[in-house]
Design a protein around this ligand. Structure first.
Ligand SMILES: [Zn+2]
Length: 222
């Protein structure tokens, strides 16, 4: 978000992907950049107003998203900043899901979800109870998804066993760390597991929540 890397229509069009750079969710003809998709679009207005951000989250001049976030974070309390970021994250998730035929929750439900999520996060993670989302995406050298059903792993122990098994393969050179920005599919799946508190495995099908990231991850993205 801070670097405008999230795939808004204007970002995709800028990368020469065949999409119109405009917002498809309001009829204003606005460019769908990060500012519009998360905070400017009128479909999100009720949520932003309901959260008390009205008048506080206007872009100034041509500042970029990072400058905008730095500026507003200095005028927000820590709690407000956290709520703002959680809501922004959820609004992006909802926007994608609406683009793929999902339904948009009521503003009150979105606000309630954000408050509840933060409350649980503060209560559990910060006091050390520890909840987290974990995901794995297994690919071969041609980036095909390779996990086979009979080899599927349903828990952390299974995942570690799978990694050890893969490391024994002579074609596997080793393990290297990748930032989440370079591993969006795993990042999205881990978030999905965290939000829904559910464990799931997809073999031979593409999980809906990560379908866009998977397409963008191909050697020749669509
Ligand atoms: Zn719009």
């Amino acid at each position: 978000m801070a670097h405008s890397w999230i795939p808004t229509n204007s970002a995709l069009a800028h990368r020469h992907i065949q999409v119109e750079p405009y917002c498809k969710q309001c009829a204003t003809g606005a460019y769908e950049n990060v500012f519009h998709a998360l905070w400017g679009c009128r479909v999100n207005r009720e949520v932003c107003n309901g959260a008390g951000f009205y008048g506080k989250i206007q872009r100034q001049g041509r500042e970029d998203v990072l400058a905008f976030l730095m500026r507003i974070s200095s005028s927000f309390t820590k709690d407000e900043s956290e709520f703002f970021l959680v809501l922004s994250w959820n609004l992006w998730y909802i926007r994608n899901s609406v683009n793929h035929g999902g339904h948009k929750p009521q503003a009150s439900a979105i606000l309630e979800w954000g408050s509840k999520f933060l409350q649980e996060f503060r209560e559990r993670v910060k006091v050390g109870e520890g909840i987290a989302g974990l995901s794995s995406v297994v690919r071969d050298h041609e980036v095909n998804l390779v996990m086979k059903e009979e080899e599927g792993c349903r828990d952390v122990d299974g995942l570690i066993a799978q990694i050890k098994w893969l490391l024994q393969n002579e074609r596997v050179a080793g393990i290297s760390f990748a930032f989440r920005e370079a591993n969006q599919v795993a990042h999205i799946l881990a978030n999905d597991a965290l939000i829904n508190k559910a464990s799931a495995m997809w073999v031979g099908v593409v999980p809906l929540c990560a379908s866009q990231a998977i397409r963008r991850d191909l050697p020749y993205p669509l």
